[in-house]
Design a protein around this ligand. Structure first.
Ligand SMILES: NC(=O)CC(=O)C(=O)O
Length: 277
């Protein structure tokens, strides 16, 4: 039986970058989180989610924030999906990047947001990540002692092809540091985590920043975990919160045996291939 004790941290995002890391460290030290296997932080957990901040807060891989997250994973002997943070590469490009650390603090995964969040909803949310960010181009699946997990960031999860590619690579859990907003969150957030779970027969985990009414971008919050039947195991409200959920990978096996959607695909008729528009 493979049960993964997973903590989802819906943290407040401070403008002081290192206060965000201290906050994560304090939460990981709390008695309720002892004995967990995996912790997941939100999208841009250490940088306010606004274009003007991304270049200012960006660090190279193995920078200070990376280092502190690696140490936290090793100190608590957990897998840590370190939400996401702005990453600057040698050429000066900035990415929205999620690093994963194993129980020894070694980097075991890295995902650069592939689909940049450029939307303009009349009377609602406007955002243009492409003003400052460069998209990644890799599908990300990482290994754990429990099996493979997929990783993508927020807007990436809207693209069903990407989740399916992770599942085809063996993912039984899909982890999504994310920050939906007050326009899209109410209707799409829970629906999407449940739908991807049902379609792919996986656990889905969304970790969002807590809502801050003084911030330039209002996060929907509502960090969530859904099981492979599409049932919501846990959903937070908008305030800072931490919850532990148990992911039982036998459930993935059972659902896939009893309702064999993945086996019943007609690969002879349709194929998911990379395409250009
Ligand atoms: N912030 C995002 O990347 C995505 C989002 O808010 C949405 O898809 O809605």
């Amino acid at each position: 039986m493979a049960i993964i004790k997973t903590a989802i941290l819906q943290t407040h995002v401070y403008t002081d970058k290192f206060r965000n890391i201290t906050q994560a460290a304090e939460l990981l030290a709390s008695p309720e989180l002892q004995g967990i296997d995996l912790a997941v932080l939100p999208e841009m957990f250490c940088c306010p989610y606004e274009n003007k901040y991304f270049p200012e807060y960006a660090e190279p891989e193995r920078g200070d924030t990376w280092e502190k997250c690696s140490r936290l994973a090793a100190e608590y002997g957990i897998y840590l999906v370190a939400g996401s943070m702005p990453e600057r590469d040698e050429a000066g490009n900035i990415y929205n990047t999620s690093y994963v650390f194993d129980r020894n603090g070694h980097q075991s995964g890295k995902h650069r947001k592939m689909h940049l969040f450029d939307i303009d909803v009349k009377g609602g949310q406007y955002f243009k990540e492409s003003d400052t960010l460069t998209p990644g181009d890799q599908v990300t699946v990482f290994d754990t002692e429990f099996g493979k997990m997929g990783l993508c960031i927020c807007y990436d999860f809207r693209f069903p092809e990407l989740a399916r590619l992770m599942v085809d690579e063996g993912a039984q859990v899909i982890i999504v540091p994310a920050a939906f907003n007050m326009t899209t969150g109410p209707l799409h957030w829970e629906l999407m985590f449940r739908q991807r779970a049902v379609d792919n027969q996986v656990y889905t985990i969304g970790a969002a920043p807590a809502r801050d009414l003084n911030a330039g971008y209002q996060s929907w919050g509502h960090s969530i975990a859904a099981d492979p039947w599409g049932k919501v195991l846990m959903e937070m409200e908008e305030k800072p919160d931490v919850k532990v959920v148990k992911l039982d990978l036998d459930e993935v096996k059972k659902v896939r045996e009893q309702l064999p959607l993945l086996k019943h695909r007609r690969g002879d008729i349709y194929a998911l291939t990379t395409f250009s528009l």
